[in-house]
Write a protein that binds this ligand. Structure first.
Ligand code: TRP
Length: 346
């Protein structure tokens, strides 16, 4: 361990624990994002000092249309705000507005083993598709940027969907490695994964994912929402016959939006027969409307007001940069670089 020569200390304890998370700006936010990350993240505002961002640098591994990039950032921002994110309490920002994160990515890259990145689930999946030589380096290095996202803000907890847990484990490993080599610098974060929201199924029963195009967007207009719900894949058991609620894709989603009574009621109807999948889909549609419908008008208002969205993002970036500056100062000093080059203030 290298002794620090100046007064850099371990991370100062913020008054409330810090929660941090990001959401990639590819496609529209869907119910999987909502249940796995957006809703838990918003709930954590009450007990945590929260930092949430639109991961547009991560989106850049696949999104090359600047117009879509900006639009998707706005959609995510409007979604969070409509659902209750409070920009007065929570820093909500764009990842690319805090360029310090790319600097930290490089520092972490220099202590990350290629073999670790080879083991990353997303990379392995890409490799299985073949022709990985054509994949971009940003995809391979994705977990390093994500670790930088988390460590740059001294996060205690990271609310994420189950698919992101491996990334948090990498983050912890690299933070410990850095601390071990260079001296106490980074806080070691924990993943906060909601057990009851493990993997949200999409229309076809596979994990709801932008890449499978099996998602249901959070704020579809009611008519479109209904159409999408009707596309959920079910088997061909005739209406009058009993059905198994446990294996049905409609129920797998319904259970997140129904009351416990509604859920046991619909399961009984499945088992009794004489209840069709069409009926179940309508029940799901109603539950979704009840749950998300009241926020839709606010979403529609915000998405039509990019200036307000940009103002929220600018305010969030200001707060995020101030924190990033401090954490990066510690890292730079540990590495034997100048704490900051002359003139750089934040
Ligand atoms: N990789 C995450 C996803 O695809 C998004 C993300 C980027 C993120 N950076 C993060 C999540 C930092 C949590 C913390 O959903």
């Amino acid at each position: 361990m290298t002794a620090a020569t100046t007064s850099t200390t371990t991370p100062p304890a913020p008054t409330r624990p810090r929660s941090l998370s990001g959401i990639k700006s590819t496609g529209h936010p869907h119910l999987g994002n909502y249940l796995g990350m957006i809703r838990p993240a918003i709930q954590l505002q009450d007990t945590h000092e929260a930092y949430y961002f639109v991961a547009d640098l991560h989106a850049l591994t696949s999104e090359r249309d600047p117009v879509a990039m900006r639009q998707q950032t706005h959609e995510i921002t409007a979604t969070f705000l409509a659902l209750g994110l409070d920009p007065e309490r929570t820093a909500f920002f764009r990842q690319s507005d805090v360029p310090e994160v790319t600097e930290l990515t490089w520092y972490l890259s220099c202590i990350t083993a290629m073999g670790e990145l080879e083991r990353a689930h997303a990379w392995k999946a890409r490799k299985d598709q073949g022709d990985e030589g054509a994949a971009v380096h940003g995809l391979f290095a994705y977990p390093v940027l994500m670790a930088a996202d988390i460590l740059l803000y001294d996060a205690h907890v990271v609310p994420v969907g189950k698919d992101q847990v491996q990334h948090i484990e990498f983050t912890r490993d690299w933070a410990m490695r850095f601390n071990h080599h260079f001296g106490e610098t980074f806080r070691i974060p924990e993943a906060a994964v909601r057990e009851e929201v493990m993997t949200i199924p999409g229309l076809d029963g596979r994990k709801m994912s932008k890449s499978y195009d099996n998602g249901i967007d959070v704020f579809l207009p009611p008519k479109k929402l209904k159409q999408r719900v009707m596309q959920i894949v079910t088997d061909s058991t005739p209406l009058e016959e009993p059905k198994d609620p446990e294996t049905c894709n409609v129920i797998k989603l319904y259970k997140y939006f129904a009351t416990p009574e509604e859920l046991s009621e619909i399961k009984a109807k499945y088992r009794a027969g004489g209840f069709g999948y069409g009926h179940a889909k309508l029940a799901l549609f109603d539950a979704l409307e009840r749950h998300l419908g009241p926020y839709r008008a606010e979403y529609d208002r915000l998405i039509a007001d990019p200036a307000t969205l940009e103002a929220v993002l600018a305010k969030g970036a200001d707060k995020a940069r101030a924190t990033a500056y401090q954490v990066l100062s510690r890292a730079r000093e540990r590495l034997g670089f100048l704490r900051w080059p002359a003139g750089r203030t934040h």
